[in-house]
Design a protein around this ligand. Structure first.
Ligand SMILES: [Zn+2]
Length: 66
C-alpha cells in the first residue's frame, strides 16, 4: 500500500494514518504521513489516539525549552 503524505506531498510506501478528513457531503478520508514527517513533526498515529476529537492530526508535545 502507498499513500501521499499530507505534509511533504511525497508518496510513501509506509504511510501512517494520522487523521480523518471530513469532506462535507462526500465520504470521509484518511490523512497519512510518511515516517519521516511523522517523526519530525511528532505526529501521533491514529492507533495511539486517546481521543478522536474532530479527527484532525494530533501532535506529541515538543521538547521542553528553557
Ligand atoms: Zn512526509
Amino acid at each position: 500500500m502507498s499513500a501521499v503524505c499530507n505534509w511533504c506531498r511525497e508518496s510513501t510506501r509506509a504511510p501512517v494514518a494520522v487523521g480523518i478528513v471530513e469532506r462535507g457531503t462526500g465520504p470521509s478520508g484518511t490523512t497519512y504521513a510518511c515516517p519521516a514527517c511523522r517523526d519530525r513533526r511528532r505526529i501521533v498515529p491514529m492507533v495511539d489516539w486517546k481521543h478522536v476529537g474532530d479527527g484532525r492530526p494530533q501532535f506529541y508535545p515538543g521538547p521542553k525549552r528553557r
